[in-house]
Each structure stands twice: as structure tokens, then as C-alpha cells.
Design a protein around this ligand. Sequence first.
Ligand code: HDE
Length: 695
Amino acid sequence: MKQDPQNKGVNEHSKDRQLEEFRMDNAGKKLTTNQGVKVSEDEHSLKAGTRGPTLMEDFHFREKMTHFDHERIPERVVHARGFGAHGYFQVYESMAEYTRAKFLQDPSVKTPVFVRFSTVAGSRGSADSVRDARGFATKFYTEEGNYDLVGNNIPVFFIQDAIKFPDLVHSFKPEPHNEMPQASTAHDTFWDFAANNTETAHMIMWTMSDRAIPRSYRMMEGFGVHTFRFVNEQGRARFVKFHWKPVLGTHSLVFDEAQKLAGKDPDFHRRDLWEAIEMGDYPEFELGVQMIDEEDEFSFDFDILDATKLWPEEMVPVKIIGKMTLNRNQDNVFAETEQVAFHPGHVVPGIDFSNDPLLQGRLFSYTDTQLIRLGGPNFHEIPINRPVCPFHNNQYDGYHRMTINKGPVAYHKNSMQNNDPSPATAEEGGYVHYQEKVEGRKVRQRSDSFKDHYSQAKLFWNSMSEVEKQHIIEAFRFEVGKVQNKDIKQQVVDMFSNVDLYLAEQIALGVGVKVPDEAAESKVTLSSPALSQMNTARSAKTRKVAILADNGFNYNEVSSVMEALKAAGIMPEIVSKNLGMIKGDGGELEVTKTFLTSHSVMYDAIYAAGGKESAEALKKVPQAKEFVSESYKHFKTIAFGGEGAELLPAEALNMLGQSQTLSDMGIVEIRSGDPSSSKNLINTIAMHRHWGRAI
Ligand code: HDE
């Protein structure tokens, strides 16, 4: 493989330079076949006469059609729909005390990364905004080889042992007899599986919560889920869990909005990521680690090898150790997002595994799945998967081999080649597995310490605000309400009465089954404030604002608000009846979206511009009023200037008298010529949503 041209080892640009070798730009080029023969014509197949039969000898037609016929590869069995971006990672300070991983030593080193975000259940063409866990997989192209952190945006998993994964996935995928529903767990088989496999309780609490409908890939946390190990130079190990914390905070959609988005813009999350990077608003995530000393393995009331348990941050603090910045969109989705092959077993020296039985099973599955998906054992040679450091071994041949290995020797040990390629000692960077002592009988059993299925489900429930709890109840009512089989509904309610009786009662009420008489409700009273999205970082930066205006709008008012929003890193867009220019008193502005090409669900806030004529015109457009009322219903910031107030729904208008609560309720009055109102608007947008309206 090619070396870094500057020969300076891995840096932020190494992967990009490597990919350059494979990029093809057709601009200004002549059309050729794959054999390099120039093609004279590309619209008509070769025929015997203009109305005669097509001839087999038309090699251009045959090649073009054959290639087309083979364009698809199998989609991922889970996480089929995803989207990736490039960037780099930098550690804040050396982590040498904890791990020898080289990319975690030097704060001046920028390690290239490729991240693929995904949904789990839906197929490749499904909508982005569905209720689901999100994949958050990161490939670090380090000097010591590729390290993959293949995580989710939820810190726990449905099951404890990998052997149950095919059952879990079969239960949530569309039902085999009629292939419905797409990208949703709201059906009988999933809830049947859940009720019969109660270890799912904790993760279900998360998937029924707002975490499963993120506002943006840029605004969700990531978790390695399993317990791994950090091992330092001296061979000392610590258990470790990985966290990604989005700098913009963790924010969600509301479910009604998520459902509408699935139709209005199925690409909502990929578009959001793509546009943010194109605009230079590079998504940033801080990497955090929780560490537990080997001696403390048994100091907790949960088993640290159980992937259905998290380590409450208040108990085991998250140490923030570095930051990832995504600063480059991919060139080609197939070549990069589709062909990237992640594997939790791609580790580098200093990072090791634990005996988590879910993790151990994953270590088998990921290579196996790439063999079918990418068609053979040489998927590591695909540009997006190639390490940026050199790689040498005696593995030869196979489908799609690209390396041309030289010489007769393809074995170890040998004399003919001085035993090269030769194993490296630990000092030379060789991977040495942590020497954990293991002994035991061969059994198909699970440790008793994995048997508590409800305490952390209750911990999660306890940690939620009232609004978040209400959303969880509604999500359960939706999902279980779609189940046809009454027994399953009853079993689900019975199961969750072990978590919280009020929750179970509320689900039961919504889905028309009995509240259990005697519930063994979990007695856990502990809560973890870090689990609530109410306690997240807040920023108005990169939010989108729709400005509703028409001819006759107040130009000074709108242009000064737009300027202030842009200066705060917010993206305003003018939405009106038709595209083109609209005239205000004092100037004109371009309309970039119409009520047909956009919808309030695509924005974080809206602003109904002042100006009598403009407000009068928009009042006559039902979609304009709907824009405002939907924004109100989805708890978004609503701003108005002067006559723009006439577009507000009655509930919002009623609040106008109580000016001191206006910004709490997310209603902002823009006073022309008063810059404090733009400031107020920006602060209000930063609040994300205004739950006061829910009460
Ligand atoms: Fe995966 N998972 N998984 N998974 N997973 C796959 O690998 C599997 C699990 C996760 O963007 C597959 O390349 C088993 C937990 C992500 O390309 C497959 C088990 C977590 C992605 C597979 C799990 C994940 C996958 C499908 C139970 C969070 C997408 C295609 C032991 C920590 C990666 C592929 C990407 C993808 C197997 C459980 C995350 C079949 C057997 C837990 C983010 O190999």
C-alpha cells in the first residue's frame, strides 16, 4: 500500500490522501468501456437494421447492462440505512496512565475517522426519523491500525447473550408472512419477544423514550455499550465504557413531528448532517470514558459484564478525554457508507475485550456478515476500509484481491525471507492480549448476576422529567396499541408493572387491557440526572428557522432579525407561497422554500414577519396557518413581528397578555428596531422546545 507522501505518519489528512488515489472524476473525460475502449455512441444498441434485432456482439451494451444488473449488494441485515462522514479525532491529554493506545497519547495528533450513523430496523430506503435506536460507528484510522468503536445512541442493549440476536432481530423486522411493518417495532412479534424475554425491559424504556427519535445525528450521544478494557504500557488493565457527548447537546424530535417527517423528508437526518458539514458547521462529539478498576469488578449491584446495564455517571464519572470533529462529506455513498465494514473486534494495542457474552458473539458476527455483504475476504482492501498504516501478512488470494504480493514465500516461519513478515514484540507495537485468568465448566447458562431485569429500567424511569415520562407512556400506547393479539398486550402491561405501576396503569388504560392487581413494582428509588435530556447542553447554533413572509413584509424588521440569526450560527430561510423575490417596504428578499416544498417539521422555530399586506396575504393560505399551529403543537419557538401575530393560533394569542411568561412558552415578539428582541429570539431557540405548553 502507498505510504503517506510526506512520510510523516498518520495525520488528519492521511485517509483523504489515500482515498484520492481511488477517486474518479468524469468531468471533461471521454466515455469508455471498462476495458478503456472509447465509445462512439451511448443511446442506441447495435441492431441489424433500425427495426431489426439487437446483436450479441454489442460489447458496450452487454457490459453496461451486466454491470447495472450487479449494482446492488445485500443490505446490512441490521443497520441497513445509514450515512457517513469523515473527520478527525484528537485526545485532550495523554491517556498513557490508562492505555497504551497510541492515538490516545499525543494531543497534537489528529487521527482520521469515518463515522456511520444508522437506524437499526428499517431497510436501506426507509425513513430516517422512525422510532428506533441509532447506530454510531466510528472507524479510527490510527498509526497502529484501524480501531472501530461500533456503538449505538443508547447505552444498553435488548439482550444479554449474542445467541439471542437472530431471535431479537427476527422479532422486530417486518413480519415474514406479509413484510409489515417497515422500520418499526410497533407490531405483534416484537412485543411477543419482549414479553417473553424480559431482559429487554431496560432498553425498551429507552426506545420508548425521546432518545429513539433524535433531532439530529449531531445531537445524540453515542455509547460503546459493552464493557471493554484499557491496558497500559505496564500491562495494568481497567474496565472501560465509551461515551460520545455531542457538543450541541442531546435533543429529540416529538413523535408526531418524527412521523410527519418520515413522509415530508425521509432523508431528514442525512440531509441535516450533509448540510451542516457543507455549511462548515462541523459536528463535534467529545469522547468520554468511565473506568472501573479490575479489583472493583464486583463492587456494584449490577454485573459489569451485562450489556443491559449502564454505569450511572453519578456513580462512575465520565472522564472527557478528547474530541471528534466531522469536517468532510463523503464523495460517494456506495463506496464509503455502504462499503465501510465495522467490527467491534478491530482493536489496537491498549484496548481489549471483556467477557460480556454479547460482545463475544459480536466478535464473530461482524466479519462473517462482511463476507457475504462485500463478497469475500478482501474487504479490508476496499479504499474506505484500508488502514492508513502499512499491513503485511501471509494471507493471499480470494475474491477481489487487489494487492499483488511478490515473491514465493507465503508462510511463517520461513528462512527464504528471513522469517518476514515477522511478528512484532509488545515493545515494537505488537498486540498482546490481556492475560485475564479464566476457568470454569462448559455450561449453557447465564450468571445469576444477570437476572435483575427491572432495577435499571426503573432507574431510567425515575430519571425522567414529567414531560419525558408522558412521552414514554404515549410511545408505549402507540406501539402496544398497534399489537393485534390481546394476550400479548396484557403480557406487556404485566411485564412493565415490574418497572413502575403508574406506567403500567397508563399503558393498560391506553391499550384496553387490565391493570395487574399485584405488581412487583421495582423498589429502586435511585435516579441518574445524566439520563434526562432536560439536563443537556443547549445552543441555538445550527438550528433552522422558517421566516413566513409575503409581499409587503417589514423589510427592516426581517433583515435585522436575519442578520442577528446568521451571526449566531442559525440558519434562516424565507418561506412563502411562491419562489422568487418578495418586496417589503425598503427592500426585497428571496424566497427559498414554499409551503409546498417545506413544512414546519423541517424547522426548529418559525417567525411570522411583520407587515400588514404580508400578514393579510398569508392569512388566506391554509398551509401558512398550519405552519404556525404545527410549530406551536410541536413546542417550537414562535416569533412574530407586528401584524405577523395574526397568524398565531388562539392558544398562543391568549398568552400575549402575559408578557413575562412569553419566552418561557417560546413565544417571542420582535419589535422593529429593537435588537434585544433578536437576542431574546436566539436565547429562546436555544431552549429547543417549550414544554410549558404541555401542562
Ligand atoms: Fe450489531 N451488527 N450486532 N450491534 N451493529 C451489525 O454488522 C450484531 C449490537 C451495531 O454502520 C451487523 O456490518 C450481533 C450492539 C452498529 O456499518 C451484524 C449483536 C451494538 C452496526 C451485527 C449485535 C451494535 C451494527 C450488520 C449481538 C451497539 C452498524 C451489518 C451480539 C454496541 C455498523 C454489519 C455500520 C451492525 C451483529 C448487537 C451496533 C450482523 C450478533 C450491542 C452501529 O454483524
